[in-house]
Every structure is written in C-alpha cells, then in structure tokens.
Design a protein around this ligand. Structure first.
Ligand code: GPK
Length: 812
C-alpha cells in the first residue's frame, strides 16, 4: 500500500544523502532559515521534523489499515504518561539513527549535541505514568489498534534541585519552546461542561438535561507511538483546555479591566496547567477532579466519534471498544458514558449499563488506603451534578444485587457502597471502578492476591471471575537497547541475533554463557564503561542504587540506616577490609510530603559528613542525583551493580524499576514485595538477596502491636545509628526522621534493619568473588525476559481486552 502515490508524493529516501536533503529542506522551508544562520534550536527542530516525516508514512498506512478492518480498539485512559525523550527513540524506531548521524554533520553539529535539546515531556509522577508509556509502546509493537488518551499539561512534574541539601522545586515548562513532536488536531476539539444543575426531561423518568455553569474547550494534539520492528504507528492523544471564544470579555477589556476580561479563559486553561505532583496520596482538590472529568469527557466523545465513522449500531459499541482505566483517576468515565448514552443518545438505562459495564476494565496500582481516591459528595454535587445522580442510581441498583446475594448483611452493604458514609459522605472511586467494569486487575501476583483478599475482598466474593492479575513489564527497547547500547550489542552477539528486542524470553540464550570466562570479562567491561559514563564515583566500587519516588513505604530511610551503620563500622575499624561502595539515590518527593523531604535532607547531610571524613570517604560515597526522570534513569540503570527494592512487604504494588535494573544485570536486594517475588522466582533464589518480613508477617506485627523502641534497645548498631542522628552528627540534620522511626515507624523499618544488614553482608561476600558476581549478573539478565511490557500487553490482549492484532501492510 502506498498512500503517497495517490497524491503524487515522492517516497522519502533512506540514504544519508537523501536524509540530508530532507533535513536541509526542513530547515529552509519549515524553520525558515539557512545553514549559516541556524540556531541550535533550528537544527534540533529541523532534525525532529525530518525524523517525524519518516514515521508519517507508517502512521498513514496504520490509520488506513485500521479503518479498513474496523477492529476492536483498545483505548487507554491515563492521567499520566512519562514518555521519555523522543528523538533517540524515534531514530531507532524509524531505523534512521545512522543516516541521521551522518546527515547532521552538514549543520556543523553532532547528533549527541542535538539530542541534548530533546527534553522529555514529564507528564507523570513515577511508575504509573511510565507504565502507561511502556504499554502504549508495546501495543504498537504488537500491532494492537490502540489510542492512549491523556492530558497535555503545560507544566509537567516539577524540576528538582538541591539547595543546601534540601529539595527545591521549580516549574517544568517543558514545551516552552514548542514541542515539534506533536500534531495539533483543532478540528477534533470537544466541549466540556462543569457545574450548573439538572432539569427533568418531559416524558422520561430517567433522562435529564444538564444545564452547565461553565463551558471549556478541549483541544487535542497527538504524539506518534511507533511500534518496534513493525509498521504500526499508534498515537497518544493529549487534551489541552482552552476558554471558548465567549470567555474573553471584550466589554471589560475596553473598560480597562484587563484581568477581569480574561479571568474566565484563565480559569478554563488552568485545568490542564499543571500535573499534580503527588504520588500515591490524595488531596481531594477540586481542580484535580476537574482534570479527571476533562480528560474523560473529551476522550469519550472522541471514542464515540471514532466508533461512528464505521459503525451505526450501539449494540456493537462494547464489541468494538475496550477502555482501560489506568487506576481510578479516569473512573468518572463510567458515569460519563452512562450520561452520554442515556441523556444524549437516549438509550434506556439497562441497555446503557450493559454497554458500559462491558466496555470498561480497571487496573489498580496500589494497596495504600490513602491512595484510594474518594471525593466529597458535596464537591461532586456542585461540579458534576448529573454524574452524582447517575452514581446514586448505579449504587442503588448495585446494592440491590448485593442484598439479593447476601440478604440481611447490612454491614457488607455499608462496606461495599459506592458512597462512604463515615463522617463526611464521599464517593469511593475504586468501588465505582469495580462495579462499572468487566475486569479488574492488580499489577503483580502478590498485589492481585492482596487486592482479592483485603482491600476488595467483598467485591471478589461477589464477582470472583472479575479479578485478574497482569504483572507489569517494561520496554526492552528503551531500557536496554537505548539506555544500554554496550550491553545490547554484547547480548546480540552472545545470542546470535537481536530477536530478543521483541521476544525477550530469548535472553535465556545467555544462560549458557554465564560460565564463559571471556564473555564474563566483556560483561564486566560493559558495566565498568557505563559507570565511567555516569561518573558517580569510582567505577571499581560497588554501585548501589536506590532510584524511585521518595515515600516512607519504599523505605529510603532503611537504606540510609545501612549507610550510617557502615560509616560507624569504618570509623571504628579504619584499616578493615571494606568493600568500596558508591550509594546513589535519586527521586522526587511530593512538595507537600514533609517526612519524605526530611529523608532527602538527611541523605545529603550524611553524604556531606562522609565526604568530609578522610577515614570513611575512601570506602563510602553517597551521591544524590538531582531531578530523577526517564532520561536520568536511562543513564543510571546501566551502571548499577545493586538494585535496592526494600519496601515493606505488602506495600509496593509491583515496582518496575526493579525489572529495568535486573534486565541490565544489577542484582536485587529486596523484600518479598510486589514483583520482587516474581523476579526472584525467575532469576533464582541464589541470585537474589532476600531479607525482611513477608506481607503476612508485617500485617501480623502491626496488629499485635509494635514498639520500635524495643528494637532500638536490643540492637547496639541500630542504637548507634539513631543516636548519631539525634546527637547531631550529621550537621544537626535529621531529628524528625529519627523521631518518626522511634516513635511510630509506620513501615517497620527497625524490624527489618538487622535482616537487611545481614543481607548486605552477603552482598559484599558475593561482590568479593568477582566471577561469582558476574555469573549472577548474567543470570539476572538471562532470566528476566518475562518482564517485557510486550508480554504484559499480550496478557491484557488475551485475557482482558480480547483483541487481535491488525497487520499494517508494508510499502510495496
Ligand atoms: C501506584 F497508586 C499508584 C500511584 O498513584 N502512582 C504510582 O506510580 C505505582 N503507582 C506503584 O507504586 C508501583 O508499585 C507500580 O509498579 C506502578 O504504579 C505501576 O503499576
């Protein structure tokens, strides 16, 4: 299929010369400048456009093939996407990396210099947002017809820097100079309503008219999501809020009231102004609910528009559409689809409900109670009055079903209700998400089991078949091939071809090389070269990394207690045979999360004390890498020897950094939490450093009554570590960290301390035996193929989405 021919366009060339011609043409005609006067930005944008063009053909053929087959579509709804930098990825996915490197020389710049201008869109917080990006990558790679929907925040996750060792935040104006990767689609704009009231509709007991109090426009643009090794190019469509034309008040402007004249437009545009930087906690802010509804309303209308291009009959909607809800953030889509079907398309309630329930599926990403979203009923009533009515009706019919199954069990009804009645009445979004969907999944085996047995137990009793597990995965293209080209080349050479990039189980082919001395030598050389690139410290030291959001449940404070203990041990025995370590932390804390910020502050204070201590500094170095994001992760992960996955068991839903690090040959020290369990089962007990309570023991301990002081009193080294913080040994910093550990220690840090330290001793024993360590490292990579997001997507496709791939024909 050649869609260009029909309109008389020439095919884009594949040689460096042809690429260079197109690059110069982009510079001249699309940037309106010349080689002589091109700024660095001009060079960058000209290159982006030239690369983008090379994906445009594939995009056009994808759209044509999808239109022709009228397939069942996957729509992924997510408030967050951490797509990572686009240029390097799209050079790889369009197969133009080499010709581009050659061609850009004409601009007097290297490809690396130009790539430095490619800032990543930080439209997410952490694991959940990056998972969304990995899944859309794998959907395209597996030829699944899919669209990702999200919000085009003006400001992404804040930029972190350290000021006097404390986290400081600056806004992330990521598209300040424009974003050449995106295609605006103003014709597909949508109108979104807020506030106001509802009115009865004559002749219908169910339908209502919603008279809104505010009208906002949603303008879409999309980013290309190419598949690797296939023709498919899908899209992520991002919505940006705008005031309508009527929101500019000309008469006020003419009267000199400039601020008042634009206040309505400003209010509208605030909806997509900034990403909420809270990971796993809910603030219950009105603007956040507005963002959620904005995303869902725009996306659902777009989904319906797309459905109606090829279909007429609502009976087909649920057959042609599956909408995956990435956590509860887009759950308002459920009552919104009901509203559209009942009020606007005039379907009867039962039919609309049957369609809705069969259309949606829900992924839960947490077990932390504070992360389960609830919204005050009064807020809902004011902002989305019609949706609250619909939720009440859904709830009434649902509770009737519960009553039929469990007659007289009023306690169960109270527990399961979509409306929580304890204190202030609140809408429980997770309950709505379970009631309104066909499938609910957790993101790792343990997480899915705990969901069924604890948080969502009542629902699992009612609908056991609805609950599934789909273990997370990561993109081997971004996190191995792009991040770690040296290792990728070695793997390809070891296995014989690069088929592992789309069939990651093939990494098992490395197993036979784990005992091969010359391969091991090269494996070590790759790691060493990556450490030199990272330049965090001595490349021969054990590089021990803890990279993730700062949260007390993840227990950076436990890692810190280990560092402090090492500090005291070395000082007590300066001539000991210590294993040199570089301990690298990176991650952001939510700006309002004071306890997490105190931990960052203390890490840096301890790091400074150690650096200034001539006895300890030769063996121990603490590095805090600022502004952790996807780009930085891609530099750190390839250089890591040891991966810290030390959350309290039962708290980390899955983790995905753990997978990226294992794939890159880092050994894990970890608890039996989230996907650690599955990693350990695959790489083997001997190749994983396990410690700590399991989820059952941790829950028991909390119930029995836990007194951190007892652990402090019993363990001399722990006492020394905490006392040194309290006595001000680290620049007087960290009191509140020590106090919280001694006072309550929500996440049982002191309980796991001793076991963690013993496990770290085993780490050092393994590290001293170089050959053993390398063998373990190779086996980690060899046995981590399961953690490809391609496998995750295949699981969703087979068990939840029931979609088949659509092959996009090649050019003839
Ligand atoms: C879970 F609930 C949330 C959230 O609000 N943000 C977020 O990043 C993470 N997550 C989990 O904490 C990780 O364990 C998990 O791997 C990731 O989501 C993807 O499922």
């Amino acid at each position: 299929m050649d869609l260009r021919q029909g309109i008389g366009l020439r095919r884009l060339g594949t040689t460096a010369d042809e690429f260079q011609q197109d690059l110069l043409s982009s510079l001249y005609y699309r940037r309106g400048t010349t080689v002589e006067s091109a700024s660095p930005r001009d060079a960058y944008e000209a290159l982006v456009l030239t690369v983008r063009d090379r994906l445009a053909d594939r995009r056009a053929r994808t759209a044509a093939a999808h239109f022709a087959s009228n397939p069942r579509w996957v729509y992924y709804l997510s408030a967050e996407y951490l797509l990572g930098a686009q240029l390097e990825q799209n050079l790889l996915y369009s197969g133009t990396g080499e010709v581009a490197a050659e061609a850009v020389k004409v601009l007097g710049r290297s490809l690396e210099e130009i790539e430095d201008l490619d800032v990543e869109p930080g439209l997410g917080n952490g694991g959940l947002g990056r998972l969304a990006a990995c899944l859309v990558d794998s959907m395209a790679t597996r030829d699944i017809p899919a669209v990702g929907y999200g919000i085009r925040y003006d400001f992404g996750i804040f930029r972190q820097s350290l000021e006097g060792g404390a986290q400081a935040e600056r806004p992330d104006d990521w598209a300040f100079q424009g974003n050449p990767w995106e295609f605006p689609a103003p014709d597909d704009r949508q109108v979104v309503h807020f506030y106001g009231h509802t009115e009865p509709v004559a002749g219908s007991p169910i339908r209502k008219r919603w008279v809104p109090g505010e009208i906002v426009l949603g303008e879409p643009s999309h980013m290309l999501v190419p598949g690797y090794g296939t023709e498919t190019v899908n899209i992520v469509r991002l919505w940006r809020a705008r005031g309508s034309e009527a929101s500019f008040d000309l008469s006020r402007f003419s009267a000199g009231q400039y601020a008042e004249a634009v206040q309505e437009a400003v209010r509208a545009e605030n909806i997509s102004k900034v990403l909420y930087p809270d990971d796993s906690t809910e603030l219950g802010r009105e603007l956040r609910l507005k963002q959620q509804y904005f995303l869902c309303s725009c996306s659902l209308r777009d989904i319906i528009r797309r459905f109606r291009i090829r279909n007429q009959n609502w009976d087909d909607f649920a057959e042609k559409t599956v909408i995956q809800l990435n956590d509860t953030h887009p759950t308002i889509a459920i009552p919104e689809l009901m509203r559209l079907l009942v009020d606007e398309y005039e379907l009867d309630w039962d039919k609309a409900w049957s369609i809705t329930r069969r259309t949606f599926a829900y992924t839960c990403h947490t077990l932390l109670p504070e992360a389960l979203e609830t919204w005050p009923v009064h807020l809902f009533e004011r902002l989305l009055p019609r949706h609250l009515e619909i939720i009440y009706l859904i709830n009434m019919l649902f509770l009737r079903e519960v009553e039929d199954r469990f007659p007289g069990d009023t306690d169960r009804i109270r527990r399961m209700s979509i409306i929580g009645e304890e204190g202030e009445r609140r809408v429980r979004m997770a309950h709505l998400a379970v009631v309104g969907t066909e499938a609910v999944n957790g993101v790792a085996e343990l997480h899915s089991k705990l969901l069924r047995e604890t948080v969502l137990q009542d629902f699992a009793d009612l609908w056991p078949a609805k609950f599934q597990n789909v273990t997370n995965g990561v993109s081997p293209r971004r996190f191995v091939k792009l991040a770690n080209p040296r290792l990728s080349d070695l793997i390809t050479e070891g296995i014989g071809d690069d088929g592992w990039l789309t069939d990651l189980d093939k990494l098992a082919g490395l197993e036979r090389l784990a005992g091969d001395a010359s391969f091991a030598e090269r494996w070590r050389a790759v790691k060493r070269a990556n450490k030199i690139d990272l330049a965090a410290g001595d490349p021969d030291a054990l590089t021990d990394v803890m990279i993730k959001r700062f949260h007390e449940y993840k227990r950076q404070q436990l890692k810190l207690l280990h560092v402090i203990t090492m500090y005291h041990r070395i000082r007590a025995n300066p001539t000991g045979d210590w294993v040199p370590r570089v301990v690298l932390f990176a991650g952001k804390a939510a700006p309002a999360y004071h306890a997490a910020k105190s931990i960052i502050r203390l890490i840096n204070a301890v790091g400074a004390t150690i650096a200034a201590d001539p006895v300890v500094a030769p063996y121990l170095k603490v590095v805090f890498a600022e502004n952790y994001n996807v780009t930085l992760a891609e530099r750190i992960i390839p250089a890591a020897d040891l991966s810290e996955q030390i959350s309290l068991a039962g708290k980390e839903a899955s983790g995905t950094g753990n997978m990226k690090l294992a794939l890159n040959g880092a050994l894990t020290i970890g608890t039996l939490d989230g996907a650690n369990i599955e990693i350990r089962a695959r790489v083997g007990e001997d190749n994983f450093f396990l410690f700590g309570l399991d989820a059952f023991e941790a829950a028991e301990m909390r119930i029995r009554g836990y007194h951190p002081r007892e652990f402090y009193d019993r363990d001399a080294e722990l006492k020394t570590a905490l006392d040194s913080i309290m006595s001000g040994a680290f620049g007087g910093v960290g009191h509140e960290v020590a106090e919280s550990l001694l006072g309550w220690d929500e996440y049982l840090t002191l309980v796991d301390y001793r076991s963690y330290l013993e496990s770290q001793d085993e780490v050092e024993a393994a590290w001293r035996d170089r050959d053993r360590w390398t063998r373990m490292s190779i086996l980690n990579t060899a046995h981590s193929g399961f953690f490809s997001a391609d496998r995750t997507v295949s699981d969703y496709a087979a068990r939840i989405w029931r979609v088949a791939p659509v092959t996009v024909p090649r050019e003839d």
